[in-house]
Design a protein around this ligand. Structure first.
Ligand SMILES: C[S@@+](CC[C@H](N)C(=O)[O-])C[C@H]1O[C@@H](n2cnc3c(N)ncnc32)[C@H](O)[C@@H]1O
Length: 181
């Protein structure tokens, strides 16, 4: 999807919460932070699929990437990614995790998220991080790119290790945070 089309969608839907896709530097940083031998991933808020495509490049043939997107236009655009390892889902991550966290407990190598945690209330943020933690296997990682550090204390509360760095080569700059279970 080109920048203009992304901007048109973003202007109609404030939950898209960005005026452009993540930069290639931010996307590479996310890919670097995935655990070795990552096979099973969940992505929250794939948007146009810029991180999705990068992950699919390094995912083994028997890997699986489930990506949950709330915006209908962006979800339909994800249909262009023809890959048997990829399963796009139209919906809200809060609903999806409510249904699938128990089924997926301790089974996911990584969860990658660019959804705007600032648009969730404090209770929803805590619920989502707790469900995310439960889905991830021991040694697995949660990686998130955000415009603020709002969610970092929650990542630190649940995960054994938690760190962040700043990626200035993104507009606006990203805090890239990760937690390891
Ligand atoms: C900042 S954009 C990032 C898009 C893309 N991953 C990227 O890096 O360019 C956030 C994305 O999360 C989606 N989103 C926001 N809230 C969501 C929710 N509760 N559940 C699922 N997707 C959500 C938006 O529609 C948007 O596509």
């Amino acid at each position: 999807m080109n920048t203009l089309n992304f901007l048109k969608i973003a202007l109609k839907d404030h939950k898209v919460a960005a005026i452009s896709e993540s930069s290639s530097w931010a996307v590479d940083r996310v890919a670097e932070l995935l655990p070795e031998d990552t096979r099973a991933l969940v992505e929250y808020g794939p948007g146009t699929g810029v991180i999705t495509r990068r992950i699919l490049r390094v995912l083994p043939d028997d890997g699986k990437l489930i990506a949950i997107e709330l915006n209908e236009d962006l979800f339909h655009a994800l249909g262009k990614i023809k890959d048997v390892r990829f399963e796009p889902v139209l919906g809200d991550v809060l609903d999806w995790t409510k249904r699938f966290t128990d089924e997926k407990a301790d089974s996911v190598d990584a969860v990658v998220s660019t959804i705007p945690f600032s648009f969730l209330n404090a209770r929803e943020r805590a619920i989502l991080i707790e469900r995310t933690f439960r889905m991830i296997r021991p040694g697995g990682r949660f990686v998130t790119c955000q415009f603020s550090l709002l969610v970092f204390p929650l990542i630190r509360r649940y995960f054994k290790k938690a760190k962040f760095s700043v990626e200035v080569r993104n507009f606006p700059p990203y805090f890239v945070m990760w937690g390891e279970k």
